[in-house]
Design a protein. Structure first.
Lengths: 114, 116
């Protein structure tokens, strides 16, 4: 089942902060975050795993609430280069196993103005 | 340089033609994926593979087929293209970590397909 992202779009000025949310109705094994710029391929930002482990880029922070099946991506002191569409992807799993497939949300369009 | 490649980048073709979209990666990854993405929309998984001779259908029903004869190569074939197949097709790969969860996926540049 597809995760739901909110908001659908965000407009910021450089230096402002933003939070993008991702929620699922299923028990999650992991949450992935990707950014896609117009006309380009998605680029990995972060993975958050059940149990608290995280892997990702240093300047990106995110949280994963396993009980609520929710994740949030925090973009602080935004730069023009942050503009793009942000996708969360979820891997469904329970009891320590993963079914492997990544299902992406509908995306959040982030626009950063000077 | 380790990378993931897709050819062609753009393809315009008539209805009924057979097409093969190529995807190759030089990272030695066991897991490979095909996604379909319409402009401004989410990515839909259409096929994936966990290794040689392993292929599975994804969440989105697709009339395409895939094969995985070599680790580095994961081509996608449409036997008879239709206008409804017009979309962008993205190939991705990831490393099999052995612990069961999907790791970081590396995406190719995509093939933008237009069927007239």
């Amino acid at each position: 089942q597809q995760p739901v992202q909110s908001p659908q779009a965000v407009i910021l000025r450089e230096g402002e902060d933003a939070v993008i949310n991702c929620s699922s109705s299923k028990a999650l094994y992991s949450v992935h975050w990707y950014r896609q710029k117009h006309g380009e391929a998605p680029v990995f930002l972060m993975i958050l795993l059940k149990g608290g482990e995280q892997k990702g880029h240093e300047k990106i922070s995110a949280s994963f609430n396993e009980k609520k099946q929710q994740s949030s991506l925090y973009l602080t002191a935004s730069q023009l280069s942050y503009s793009g569409t942000y996708f969360c992807g979820t891997v469904i799993g329970a009891g320590g196993t993963s079914y492997g497939k990544l299902t992406f949300g509908q995306g959040t369009i982030l626009t950063v103005h000077p | 340089e380790a990378d993931i490649y897709q050819t062609p980048r753009y393809l315009v073709i008539g209805t009924g033609k057979k097409i093969t979209l190529e995807c190759s990666q030089t990272m030695g990854h066991d897991k490979m994926y095909w996604y379909q993405q319409d402009p401004g929309m989410e990515l839909h998984l259409i096929h994936y593979s966990y290794g040689v001779n392993s292929t599975e259908k994804g969440d989105l029903s697709s009339e395409s087929t895939v094969s995985r004869i070599r680790t580095e190569h994961f081509p996608l074939t449409l036997e008879s293209a239709r206008p409804s197949h017009t979309s962008q097709y993205l190939c991705a790969s990831s490393e099999w970590t052995g612990s069961g969860y999907s790791d970081e996926q590396f995406f190719g540049p995509g093939t933008r397909l237009t069927v007239l």
